[in-house]
Design a protein around this ligand. Structure first.
Ligand SMILES: *Cc1c(COP(=O)(O)O)cnc(C)c1O
Length: 422
């Protein structure tokens, strides 16, 4: 009998042999319930989205209300309360002047929109030769073509497509004086061609959970301001409390010209993303000539259900001690994950807010499979990738659950280091 799931094609998955997927039937709090009557503690918040845990009653109530009233309406020429309110609330959270919100359906698309805004900004300013972007090694900005072209070609999961993508300029993050010099040189060399500089503030996530200091971001910002190059922050992963402040850049003395938000924007319920531009950039699009208008418009743009979810999520950030919970998680991870450094192949343990990562030398896909299964056996949902085993739990996770996650990580490492084949 062919199984129903034979028609599915999963992300980043070799479908040939290993197709015995975990099947979820419901969720609640930090738990994912499976069809075999077992449950898993979600150690990664469904790809860093479910910051309030699952099925939060306030989220459900608000989404339900919107579902009955108006699940969707096209955004071309029609606006609605949920979008207006959300755009207003997002701009209130951001520094003054960063206040023009363009909605889209996913993080990758919000990046595409940021790139198009920067390109068209220069076209509108009669400098169309400025059409290259500077990005950083280990960057990950999404899976669509424009986004792929500004990901690290090796670490960004898109090596196969390099001959198809347009070429941009990769720099090293200026983490020491040598790298700073080469970054400065690159900017000087290309400044007349650069439409923008794009960076993930304070931690490069899918490119390997690599943390950098506020100073690094400040150097990038200083140089971009000096040369009048729009600075784009990708806070799709870091936004909404994950690093300990509402947005990661708040821990630095920098302000972007464009910022992309996604993932936890709707508290892990419905896909929605946003690209927010400065007043200055936005103004270059205002003209009696229609061709100055931004040429982008996703069909489900600003979907009212998704916007209501995002509004409900922001309610919870206002009413609940989310940033304190992140701090508690950070403290716990800092105290308890460090001992992993004692394992031979562990090269680094990095903690930033509610994100804890164990970096392992030459982790093979065989080993990744082994770890995944071991974690499931222990009742934990954790999904190692590249060279890392990491956790990004829901902010509402309780102490006991967090303990279980961390202990499982340590126990699995112990077990793994005692097995000769590894
Ligand atoms: C996840 C992610 C994206 C892409 O978002 P999608 O919603 O998966 O398209 C882009 N940038 C960063 C930093 C991300 O973490």
């Amino acid at each position: 009998m062919p199984k129903k799931h034979n028609n599915l094609w999963l992300p980043y998955t070799q479908m040939k042999n290993v197709f015995s997927p975990v099947k979820a039937v419901k969720t609640k709090g930090s738990l994912i319930y499976l069809d075999n009557n077992k449950s898993l503690i979600d150690g990664i918040s469904s790809w860093w989205t479910a910051c309030h845990g699952y099925n939060h009653p306030h989220m459900i109530k608000k989404i339900n209300y919107q579902l009955k009233r108006m699940p969707h309406i096209m955004f071309g020429g029609i606006i609605h309360d949920q979008a207006e309110t959300l755009a207003h609330r997002i701009s209130k959270l951001l520094p003054k002047g960063l206040n023009k919100v363009f909605f889209s359906d996913s993080g990758s698309v919000s990046i595409e929109v940021a790139l198009k805004i920067a390109i068209q900004y220069w076209i509108n300013n009669k400098e169309p030769q400025k059409n290259k972007f500077l990005f950083f090694r280990n960057a990950y900005h999404g899976d669509t073509s424009g986004a792929m072209s500004i990901c690290d070609p090796e670490e960004g999961m898109h090596n196969l497509f390099k001959n198809y993508l347009s070429n941009h300029i990769m720099a090293e993050l200026p983490t020491d004086s040598n790298k700073e010099e080469s970054f400065n040189n690159l900017v000087n060399k290309y400044k007349n061609k650069l439409a923008g500089i794009i960076v993930e503030p304070l931690i490069q996530c899918a490119g390997g959970m690599i943390v950098h200091k506020p100073k690094v971001l400040e150097k990038i910002s200083t140089l971009s301001k000096k040369n009048d190059i729009p600075l784009i922050f990708d806070e799709i992963a870091t936004g909404f409390g994950r690093t300990g402040s509402m947005f990661a850049f708040e821990q630095t003395k920098t302000i972007p010209d464009i910022i992309c938000l996604g993932k936890a924007l709707t508290g892990g319920t419905i896909s929605l993303a946003a690209t927010i531009s400065s007043e200055k950039i936005y103004k270059s699009f205002l003209n009696d000539d229609e061709s100055y208008a931004l040429m982008h418009g996703p069909t489900y743009m600003a979907n009212p259900l998704a916007c209501s979810a995002a509004n409900a999520s922001l309610d919870l950030f206002e009413s609940q001690p989310r940033l304190k919970q992140v701090k508690k998680i950070e403290n716990y991870l800092s105290k308890n994950l460090q001992e992993c450094l004692n394992f031979k192949r562990v090269t680094n343990v990095s903690i930033k807010g509610a994100m804890g990562s164990i970096h392992i030398k030459n982790l093979t896909s065989e080993e990744i499979k082994w770890f995944k299964q071991r974690f499931i056996n222990k009742g934990i949902w954790i999904r190692p990738f590249g060279n890392i085993i990491y956790t990004t739990p829901p902010f509402i996770i309780n102490k006991k659950q967090l303990q279980l996650i961390v202990n499982s990580m340590i126990d699995c490492l112990k077990e793994w280091s005692s097995i000769s084949k590894f």
